[in-house]
Design a protein around this ligand. Structure first.
Ligand code: KG4
Ligand code: ZN
Length: 345
């Protein structure tokens, strides 16, 4: 029998500090420390994020190793997020990983966060995995992309947002309603009791498979301000209906582009990834479309949707299998496209 491979994954690209232990493709532990400090500011404050990563990283890694029931000497390689993300946050994970790998005398593997979101589908679980080629709608706080996934590390963006990301649209709408950051999960929660047809918002007309959400945000802000000038309790009195209506508009925009991309490429294996893939309406409507359009839909487990180190560890595992290692001169990059081209600007 071939030797088993244990990877420690480290994720620190934004405001979650996470460490995961993966053995032969299976997750033994996946610990995520959320940073509640940003709630006070209505969004992620980069400097506070990197300081919190610095406080969290050692306890989070320690907890992951203990929960996995392994010793640090059992780890064969450390996979860390190189980018894209906030520079100060990435620096903490990168520096920690370099030091730990040096101490243990094991190889380092650098991982592209966006590839990680997509490759989360390959974590060994009960459920079926997509086969290549498939389409992946990656929807997070910073990205909205329709990706043609030809192989583990051969991905092509068919369309992406030209302004705000889908997660940002959720968070900004929530902020306009006075909800705390991150608002996406709250909009999802309140929308469950609301009527998605209660209010209508105009949708952007953007060519091809690209997205735009900034017009929707402005339209939504104007709508809320107008209604509030007539009734100052408008939001609290109609919260569920407003959340359901804005959520279904965002999901309509995402799904109509995904449907066109599937038609154009004749690919019916459809996956979703990233924080917004935790959204219940997106998940439910994809399940319905599966029957309607004869799609095979792949939805990640809830804990692998929002930022986590399990997805970094599985990506590291596939890089380990092809001997694709990094070294002690690795540096984080804030902008990093899906084909690993770094853009320092
Ligand atoms: O992938 P992620 O954890 O971090 C980034 O890489 O950006 O995504 C975070 C985004 C946030 O905008 C958050 O509001 C959104 O995902 N999100 C949701 C839900 N859960 C997280 N949006 C809508 N519905 C949800 N249930
Ligand atoms: Zn992410």
């Amino acid at each position: 029998m071939s030797k088993s491979i244990t990877i420690l994954g480290i994720e620190s690209s934004c405001d979650d500090t996470s460490a995961a232990v993966l053995k032969d493709g299976k997750i033994l532990a996946n610990i995520v420390a959320n940073q509640s400090i940003h709630k006070l500011y209505g969004g992620v404050v980069p400097e506070l994020a990197s300081r919190a990563h610095q406080q969290n990283i050692i306890p989070v890694v320690d907890q992951a190793i203990k929960l996995a029931g392994i010793k640090k000497e059992d780890i064969n390689a450390i996979a860390f997020t190189r980018g894209p993300g906030l520079m100060g946050s990435l620096l903490v994970g990168t520096s920690f990983s370099k030091a730990f790998a040096l101490g243990l005398n094991i190889p380092l593997i650098e991982v592209n966060h966006m590839q990680g979101h997509i490759l989360a589908h390959f974590i060994e679980e009960e459920q079926l995995k997509p086969s290549f080629p498939f389409l992946c709608l990656t929807v997070s706080g910073g990205h909205t992309q329709i990706v043609l996934v030809k192989d583990f590390f051969d991905m092509q963006i068919l369309g992406e947002t030209i302004d705000d990301a889908a997660g940002e649209a959720f968070d900004k709408a929530a902020k306009i309603m006075g909800l705390p950051y991150p608002g996406g999960p709250l909009v999802d929660k309140y929308a469950k009791d609301g009527n998605p047809k209660a209010y209508k918002f105009s949708k952007p007309q953007i060519p091809d498979f690209n997205f735009s959400f900034s017009g929707l945000k402005t339209g939504f802000m104007n709508f809320i301000n107008t209604e509030k000038s007539k009734n100052e309790h408008f939001v609290t009195e109609n919260l569920a209906d407003i959340c359901a209506s804005i959520q279904s508009t965002i999901i309509d925009i995402l799904l109509s582009k995904l449907e066109s991309a599937s038609k154009r490429t004749i690919i019916k294996q459809i996956a979703i990834a990233g924080g917004v893939s935790a959204n219940s309406e997106l998940r439910n409507r994809l399940n319905d479309l599966q029957k309607e359009l004869d799609w095979e839909v792949f939805i990640p487990k809830f804990e692998y949707c929002t930022d986590n180190a399990a997805m970094i560890a599985i990506t590291g595992y596939y890089k380990f299998l092809k001997n694709d290692f990094s070294n002690q001169s690795a540096t984080p990059v804030a902008r990093y496209d899906l084909n690993n081209k770094a853009n320092e600007l």
